[in-house]
Design a protein around this ligand. Sequence first.
Ligand code: NAP
Length: 244
Amino acid sequence: MSTDQKIALVTGATRGIGLETVRQLAQANIVTLLAGRDATRTKAAADSLKAEGLTVEPIVLDVTRPDSIEHAVAEVQSRFGKLDILVNNAGIMVEDPSKPPSQQSLKAWRETFDTNLFAVVEVTNAFLPLLRKAPAARIVNVSSQLGSFGLHVDPASAIYNFKIPAYNASKSALNAWTIHLAYELRDTPIKVNAIHPGYVKTEMNGGHGEIDIPTGAKSSVGMALIDADGPTGSFTYLGKTLPW
Ligand code: NAP
């Protein structure tokens, strides 16, 4: 493999936006690692894209398990020695949307933050040495407009009535992490950005949504492929800036 061949890794890629992000990155001639927590489903998902003629490899990664993160980093290190693109896509929504904010369980809060925030911090920090070895790495954090304070306080916004507190706060915190890491890496070629994929018809929404999955992957793919003039520390949807 040529040393300038780009390598990408997408977490939570067994279905939905993650699976489609892998497809679109591989279609852009990037060797893409499809990461999932279950080995059988991860291999099956990668095989389905390989059958389309794409260069996709499965990699087992449960983002909430430190041993799994350690194994995945060691595998990428030994096989490729660098990572050009990390898409932190894995995410969960486990609250009961019929309940008001004060009635959500602390268990749901903890589970949500474990996957949507702490796992992103741990996975990113673990891969950072390999990202630094790439010439100009890109980190994409799959956030949500539901993490936007600006939209939540605006009665005219489309999300004003979507007060799912743990999920929403986990994405607000993910946005904050994005800003902090972008600041740390401001004098390096690495860019760190948060995106909202859109309201996408995936399992997370029980198939409801405004846009299809291929369109839902475009914000992640777009930010994964930005050139040196692109932003860092931004929060966008299809290239349009969103309020924090
Ligand atoms: P989805 O269909 O529910 O897919 C979520 C993926 O995350 C699955 O592949 C799941 O794997 C994986 N995952 C969950 N926990 C994991 C863990 N501990 N380790 C590894 N993988 C894990 O959801 P989606 O709609 O595609 O969402 C993708 C991202 O977009 C999420 O971060 C979500 O918050 C964000 N988002 C979605 C929407 C939307 O409208 N759909 C809007 C805004 C933001 P398993 O198959 O193993 O469960």
